[in-house]
Design a protein around this ligand. Sequence first.
Ligand code: DSN
Length: 420
Amino acid sequence: MMSSRASARFEAIQAVDPEIYPIMQAEVRRQQSTLELIASENHVSPAVLEALGSVFTNKYAEGYPGKRYYGGCQNMDGVEDLARARAKQLFHSDHVNVQPHSGTQANAAVYLAVLQPADTILSLSLAHGGHLSHGLKVNISGLLYNVVPYEVDRANEQINMAEVRRLARAHKPKLILSGASAYPRTLDFEGFSEIAHEVGGLHMADIAHIAGLVATGLHPSPIPNADFVTTTTHKTLRGPRGGMIMCKEAHAKLLDSRVFPGSQGGPLMHCIAAKAVAFAEALKPEFKAYQQQILKNAQALAEALVAKGNRLVSGGTDNHLMLLDLRPAYPDVTGKQAEDWLGLAGIVVNKNMIPWDERKPTQTSGLRLGTPALTTRGLKEPEMRAIAGLIDRVLRAQGEPKVIEAAAAEVHSLCEQFPL
Ligand code: DSN
């Protein structure tokens, strides 16, 4: 059944490219037959996929609606205007730019708008859950700017706003970043804005991971206070792979000019069409129910893991993800081994550094687990408890082939029960 579903698509590819075709089929089958727990991934709707595969990919549309550098852009203007209007409605934002190709490009455009080389950025350390575009030395952020990191507190492994304030007063950053890619707790966006403005700086909130929760009021929104809010559109928001920036009207003109022509040429109009479709989906009441279920599933998964003797960084989660500290329950297992063994069972996760990790980033002592993709498939709390059991069994058995085989059979049956 899976292969017939897979082969029903890609007919043109099959006809012209016999090398790519089997790889595409294999990827459809992989997604159908594995449980996706990578916190930043999701499964888009058929409508979003259709927009992504549309003729909008054929068109150059450098510029913005009404001010393009190419002819024939009337339909480009139509979709970009809709995407912007829907995003504004979804997030209650003054101004939106939907052209960034990715979250990292969105962040870079904000830096170009408000910073000069060597200016100071204060941001969460990558080793404590931050993101590479927030100051990694070999990223444009770390190459061009002076980055001062804040870390989570040793006592509770959460961001300590008093420490953020202390560092802000000491270093007077021009830009304070909030937002993370592996942080399981609620972010105090209002507090970040207050601190940034107190020291004469600006606040950029990167809500890439939690955009769906923010859009539906299930996480406090940074929009009222932050100067810039960036996001990707493909994580909890469940749209196409891409980026977006929201800001106050006062920064709109400068920001737009730093996206195009500042850091990008032609926008990816098929992605913008797909963003518009995803925003329409996110404006529907069922999207809020989906986000609520993501949270319930994360709670159920976290509780079941803890009940089996696992330690979660910060003790639990407030959002869609959790960081499993492997050391107490499975002292000899690295994140890399855990990722590989679970992968063999059909449970897809990513190894992740935990705060003050003594292992290398290629090994790690942690796993990051998230529930957005499984929730899209329709899995609920009972399945989360079953998956916690499978993870625990595979890791305790240290990858014993018979245990992996038995877990794989249960994964297979869950995938059949909840088809994509
Ligand atoms: N790579 C993404 C994540 O997994 O969190 C962030 O860009």
